[in-house]
Design a protein around this ligand. Structure first.
Ligand SMILES: Cc1ncc(COP(=O)(O)O)c(C=O)c1O
Length: 407
């Protein structure tokens, strides 16, 4: 049996809503985007939300609205996707790469602390000492949230703004303890939280994103920047109530979400918790069926977290295997199992290596762990047969490639 890495889950409601949108004649940003923003804000308990054309656009506008400039630096995890760091580079600012925790793959606050000390001492590769760190962009890798108090406390101590990269983390929540209330991702006091609705994300609009915040002015600045920097009354300029005489307030961008995309998003949002529970059941199935396989480590299901289970990254125990990750992955593919790797860390990509001179030993945990990572398929529509096909392929490969100790 072949199992793809991902299959999107789109229902008849999404299809009917898209058709209704096309029939309505209103294709670009309009009433469905507004409804999508309001419903999303309610879902994450945030007062303000802005729908955008991608998660990357949300990260870009958040940093732009916070005034990021080319003289500044921002703490960014090495273990992330291109988008988290590239938005820091857009205005010429510098991402200070931070190592990860081996278990969760989330950013290490201990290393962040050390990187700030080294930045101040002018002791980081390719970064002159005069730069000041102004912010941090943590990523909730795979959908298991970073401790919100640790994050807010770190940012407060160092005078940093926080833009959360929550591309994987909807719906997700954390709580301080079993008796404490759940706190949804997106409703935190961080300056902005950014979500992605890319095709393989936990809910999708094909391409799309959302920014949430408690700061109305910041969101309104982002809204203006998302539409060429026009005055906000320009939004309705094609409707009867809108003004034709808009003003350009800043050289902005073109990042608005369309009503066609929001039509999909509205129904994905309504089903988000049901979809999450099905991904959680897949994760439980994997954890039960693979618990005794000694050649791999499974991702933890952390306490006091509602995990969105966007990813299920296993770590190979290379000391117990006779082959490396790449050979293991190639063999998995031969068995018909889709996979991905999240991620080759940023400092091991040519651009960051050549521009700043980061070396593998500057981020030792990320350097070592990525050689062991493989993300298994996890999506709501996975049937028992598919879960079984994946786990038996992993088990078979572990047995086949087990390292035999030579006496
Ligand atoms: C951690 C992370 N941040 C940001 C993004 C960017 O999201 P988008 O593809 O919607 O621009 C992604 C997307 O894959 C991601 O995984």
């Amino acid at each position: 049996m072949e199992v793809p890495f991902h299959r999107p889950e789109l229902g008849e409601e999404e299809i009917a809503e898209v058709v209704a949108t096309l029939r309505s004649g209103w294709l670009t940003t309009g009433p469905r985007v507004k409804r999508f923003e309001e419903a999303f804000a309610r879902a994450v308990e945030a007062p303000h939300a802005l729908a955008l054309s991608s998660g990357t656009a949300a990260l870009h506008l958040a940093t732009a609205a916070l005034g990021l400039d080319g003289e500044q630096a921002v703490l960014v995890p090495a273990m992330t996707f291109a988008a988290t760091a590239e938005v820091v580079r857009y205005p010429g600012a510098v991402p200070v790469l931070v190592d990860c925790e081996e278990e969760s793959l989330n950013l290490s606050f201990a290393d962040a602390e050390e990187k700030l000390t080294r930045l101040a001492a002018g002791d980081l590769p390719g970064i002159d000492g005069g730069r000041r760190a102004v912010g941090i962009i943590p990523v909730h890798v795979g959908g298991a949230l970073i401790d919100g108090d640790a994050l807010a406390g770190f940012a407060r101590r160092h005078g940093l703004w926080v833009v959360e990269d929550a591309a994987h983390a909807f719906p997700a929540a954390w709580r301080r303890g079993p008796q404490e209330p759940w706190l949804p991702c997106g409703g935190s006091p961080s300056a902005v939280t950014c979500f992605s609705f890319y095709a393989n994300k936990t809910i999708t609009t094909g391409e799309g994103g959302m920014a949430t915040s408690h700061d109305r002015e910041l969101i309104e600045r982002m809204r203006s920047l998302s539409l060429h920097g026009l005055s906000s009354d320009a939004w309705g300029r094609y409707a009867a109530a809108g003004s034709w005489d808009y003003r350009i307030l800043a050289p902005g961008y073109k990042y608005n979400l369309t009503d066609v995309a929001a039509a999909i998003g509205l129904h994905q949002l309504a089903r988000a918790e049901r979809l999450r529970r099905r991904r959680e059941a897949v994760a439980r199935g994997y954890r039960e069926r693979l618990a005794d396989v000694e050649e791999i480590e499974l991702p933890e299901a952390p306490e006091n977290r509602v995990h969105s289970w966007h990813l299920f990254p296993i770590k190979l125990r290379l000391e117990r295997l006779a082959i490396d990750r790449d050979a293991f992955a190639a063999d998995l593919r031969r068995q018909g199992i889709g996979f991905s790797v999240h991620w080759r860390p940023l400092h091991l990509h040519p651009y960051y290596r050549e521009t700043f001179g980061w070396r593998p030993e500057d981020l030792p945990v990320a350097t070592a762990v990525w050689r062991r990572l493989i993300s298994l398929p996890i999506f709501p529509a996975m049937g028992d047969g598919e879960i079984e096909a994946v786990t038996s392929a992993v088990r078979r490969l572990c047995t086949r490639h087990r390292r035999r100790t030579v006496v």
